[in-house]
Design a binder for this molecule. Structure first.
Ligand SMILES: Nc1ncnc2c1ncn2[C@@H]1O[C@H](COP(=O)(O)OP(=O)(O)OP(=O)(O)O)[C@@H](O)[C@H]1O
Ligand SMILES: [Mg+2]
Length: 244
């Protein structure tokens, strides 16, 4: 396998051009050969359910349970394919002036209810950094959302997540701090590897996608963590918009 011979040569995450081309080709194949039939399956399952409901009057019938199970599996497969394509073929950022605080308030309004359901508090803190950056607002929100979701998944009820902005006039740093389970060095070492996950049902693409987005903005994502003490995930990006 190519990856085994690579240990000494490159930094993690830096693919040589031929590997990048291969990932691109695989992504194109998955987009056509997997996503299209998957969508057809989902549509046809919907039709099947509709027609069955005209024949089988009892909605509690086992056949509807089976259909729901298939629909659930198709949804996870669809999510996986969507996330994989997002990772393998990230769209170029559409740069515009973005007000940082309202973007994070939007994000908090979106994810807040889920935090509340889990008994985890979510708050915003301003500790410096620019009020505005040149960035793609959707991608930036997506990247920070991935960090907040990780924090939420690692934090038990009674814990807290703080999304703090820091930095200076030229650089914005968004820190997502959680009081969750944290992670040891062995995990920390691998968190940016595509498909690395310790979570049941995790895809292992949340952090690689967040870092790709940050890099397309001329920035990066890094983590500090201690087992049992929580984690800080930081996304740093130049205020003026970076070169891809
Ligand atoms: N805040 C955190 N606290 C503890 N562990 C974390 C945290 N963030 C990331 N991790 C570890 O890093 C791993 C990789 O994270 P990543 O977001 O890339 O994938 P994931 O969350 O497992 O799956 P998904 O693709 O759904 O995001 C996680 O499985 C977890 O072990
Ligand atoms: Mg994640």
């Amino acid at each position: 396998m190519a990856a085994e011979g690579d240990a000494g040569g490159r930094r993690a995450g830096e693919a040589p051009p031929d590997e990048a081309a291969l990932v691109e080709a695989i992504a194109a194949g998955i987009a056509h050969e997997v996503r299209n039939p998957l969508n057809a399956l989902q549509i046809n399952l919907g039709i099947l359910e509709q027609e069955l409901s005209e024949i089988v009057a009892d909605r509690r019938s086992h056949v509807f349970e089976v259909i729901a199970k298939i629909a659930g599996e198709l949804r996870s497969l669809d999510n996986f394919v969507t996330e994989f394509l997002r990772f393998a073929r990230p769209p170029r950022p559409r740069f515009e002036r973005v007000a940082v605080r309202p973007l994070l308030e939007d994000l908090a309004a979106f994810i807040g209810p889920e935090c509340a359901r889990k008994g985890v508090s979510l708050s915003l803190a301003s500790e410096g950094g620019p009020d505005e950056v040149v960035a793609d607002p959707f991608q930036l929100k997506h990247a920070v959302l991935n960090l907040v979701l990780n924090g939420l998944q690692a934090t038990p009820a009674g814990g807290a997540i703080v999304v703090a902005t820091a930095g200076d006039a030229r650089e914005l740093v968004i820190e997502v701090r959680d009081t969750g389970e944290g992670m040891g060095q062995a995990v920390l070492w691998r968190v940016f590897d595509a498909f690395f996950t310790t979570r049941e049902g995790g895809t292992g693409l949340g952090l690689p996608i967040a870092r790709r987005i940050a890099e397309a903005h001329g920035g990066t994502v890094f983590l500090r963590s201690r087992e049992g003490e929580g984690t800080v995930a930081a996304l740093a990006l130049p205020a003026g918009g970076g070169a891809a």
